[in-house]
Design a protein around this ligand. Sequence first.
Ligand code: ATP
Ligand code: MG
Length: 195
Amino acid sequence: MLCLAENKKIVVIGIPGVGKTTLLSKIVEILKDHEKNVHMVSYGTLMFDVAKENGLTDRDELRKLPVSEQQRLQKLAAEKIASHNEEVIIIDTHAFISSPEGYYPGLPEHVLKIIQPTNFVSVSAKPEEIYNRRMKDDTRNRDKITLANIKKELDVQSGMISACAVITGAPVRLVLNGEGKVDEAADKIISAIGL
Ligand code: ATP
Ligand code: MG
């Protein structure tokens, strides 16, 4: 029987500053060296592109929009992602967003149904490392940073990603992005998912 390899849609989540974008750039570099047809999308960038057409100018203002508006942008971004058909699609996103109304899911059921992920990767690091990474990254306009908040966010992340796995049936690989160990974390993801 002929068995065609299924395209992979890998959703990578982690709280801000954990190192998703750094890690994914590394993975894309490695996969392209192996001539894989891979495409990386940043959910936040897609949402911001749509929001810019509606007058928003600062990416970090996105999470302060009314939740209903963020949900509208979220759906439009999901539809753009679903229209890709590369062999491997890697989606850089958050399992939840801290908004003034509270934590709201980055991957609610209606979004998961549009994207249809095959795998989840949940990136974490030591709270102290995440704290330092946020502090030194001055390209972003981040909310007030405390260690206690980072610990709480790591807890919320774990609950949100479990819900995603249950809704979709797709597995979750937990990966630690240790200090100075981006290459190691990238290799773990590549071999775990069989990329
Ligand atoms: P956001 O959700 O806000 O986009 P992110 O998870 O994509 O955040 P990055 O922008 O990739 O995080 O990384 C944040 C900072 O941490 C950057 O300055 C990056 O160089 C640094 N960093 C990422 N991974 C590591 C690591 N393993 N060791 C040391 N520094 C790291
Ligand atoms: Mg990022």
